[in-house]
Ligand binder design. Structure first.
Ligand code: FAD
Ligand code: FES
Length: 397
């Protein structure tokens, strides 16, 4: 019998004689990571133990190498964007609690063709989630719930640190795990907050959880917003729908250090007032003297006293100056596409536009190859990228 990984998907490594990375001797796990560090994404892909069909059903991955391009793995954010070549490291990237090891320098004649960023080396079994308990659940909208979870190991909870923009894998035991941004600011030490939009199997199971239920957490993962390098600059945040989750983390973090920045602005849009998450905080944001907050909805709605219009149009109307300003956007792909066009129209340079990619992930630690774009892995080199970096990635998605 094949065992199941934390995603609930069966996998087996027949050659090595064990059923899961967790079963593997420590030296074999280290070997797996070392191999992943020294091979190209397409080659790594062949070692991926399990995959999911579009319908969300677990399937065994073929033992034979699979093609580098997998249309089923396309991230919507990227489907709409035209992306041409050569990767560059994400500014201010961080690998959380994992120890970061330098990528091997390719020997002459080696097969490494792309520059690779350092890969995180997790201590112990990198697939093992930390047990946690759901403390609180907030129904944000009809299809978004916010969960506040506390790690069961009190010491681990106290020691847990992360940077704004980093994500976690949240698992429902027996169902699987999915990636969500940690959307509480790092100063919030009582719990980790994830806002989850219902999409498929795992998110539906998360939506069924109640306070007191057990979950698993693998975090923090990925890089972070380069907020340190933004000091002295104006910051213009644009959040659309569930894309407000990563914006919330970094925005609240910056507001705690507002004196270090120029103006801090937020344009938050949703289809209707009912589709706006964090409604209980909106008035505070509007009243905060350190924040220029603009809210907008797509269509007129009775009683709505804020802007009406699509985010890119409202942005053009607000016309923030590109001078010494960084624009940070998160939202659905179509919003990103047109908001970037609006920012370019306003004179923003591609390196001053920062966004996040939601390329589907599995391991979240640079091993499985599920999230690669050219020589980059979204789970390690991202999810935060500048628009300039995205323009330099291969147009394979
Ligand atoms: C870096 C990162 C951060 C994310 N942060 C959040 C967050 O804070 N809140 C949140 O609600 N979601 C977030 N997501 C998306 C979330 O991970 C997916 O919605 C979730 O994995 C879906 O799992 P599922 O089993 O419920 O759906 P599945 O059964 O796996 O899929 C259901 C449908 O959703 C599509 N889908 C699944 N995953 C993705 C994805 N990553 N991108 C686009 N389409 C997808 C599938 O193609 C399918 O159509 C994030 C994803 C990434 C990679
Ligand atoms: S390499 Fe596995 S999710 Fe990125």
């Amino acid at each position: 019998m094949a065992s199941k990984n934390p995603s609930g998907k069966a996998f087996r490594n027949k050659a090595a004689g064990y059923n899961s990375p967790a079963d593997a001797p420590v030296q074999d796990q280290q070997k797996t990571v070392a191999v992943a560090q020294s091979t190209m994404p397409a080659q790594r892909e062949a070692a991926v133990p399990a995959a999911k069909t579009e319908a969300g059903l677990p399937v065994a991955r073929p033992a034979a190498p699979v093609p580098a391009q997998r249309p089923d793995a396309q991230a919507p954010a990227m489907r709409d964007a035209a992306l041409p070549s050569v990767p560059a490291a994400a500014e201010g990237s961080s690998a959380g609690t994992a120890t970061v090891r330098q990528a091997p320098i390719p020997a002459a004649g080696s097969r490494m063709q792309h520059e690779c960023s350092p890969r995180p080396m997790m201590a112990g079994n990198p697939y093992k989630p930390m047990p946690a308990t759901v403390m609180d659940i907030i129904q944000e909208t009809s299809n978004i719930k916010t969960l506040r979870v506390v790690l069961d190991d009190n010491e681990a909870m106290q020691a847990f640190t992360y940077e704004p923009g980093q994500v976690g894998q949240l698992s429902v035991f027996g169902v699987g795990e999915s990636t969500f941004v940690i959307n509480s600011p790092p100063s919030q030490k009582e719990y980790l907050q994830f806002s989850v939009m219902r999409a498929g199997e795992v998110t539906a199971a998360i939506h069924k959880l109640s306070p007191g239920d057990k979950v698993g957490v693998r975090a923090p993962l990925g890089n972070s917003f380069p907020w340190q390098s933004w000091k002295g600059k104006n910051i213009f945040f644009v959040g659309g729908g569930i894309g407000m989750a990563p914006i919330r983390t970094v925005m609240l973090h910056l507001l705690e250090h507002a004196a270090d920045y120029g103006s801090i602005s937020l344009l938050y849009g949703a289809r209707s007032p009912k589709d706006m998450a964090y409604q209980y905080e909106l008035q505070d944001w509007l009243d905060n003297p350190a924040l220029n907050c603009t809210l907008c909805i797509d269509q007129p709605f009775e009683g709505w006293q804020h802007k009406v219009g699509l985010i890119p149009n409202v942005l053009l109307e607000l016309a923030p100056s590109p001078h010494n300003t960084v624009a940070v956007l998160c939202g659905p792909p179509i919003m990103i596409k047109f908001t970037v066009q609006a920012l370019e129209k306003l004179g923003f340079a591609a390196e001053n536009i920062v966004t996040t990619l939601e390329k589907r992930m599995k391991c979240g630690i640079g091993i499985c190859g599920r999230c690669n774009i050219g020589g980059r892995y979204v789970c390690v080199d991202g999810p935060v990228f500048t628009w300039k970096q995205l323009q330099e990635l291969p147009p394979e998605l």
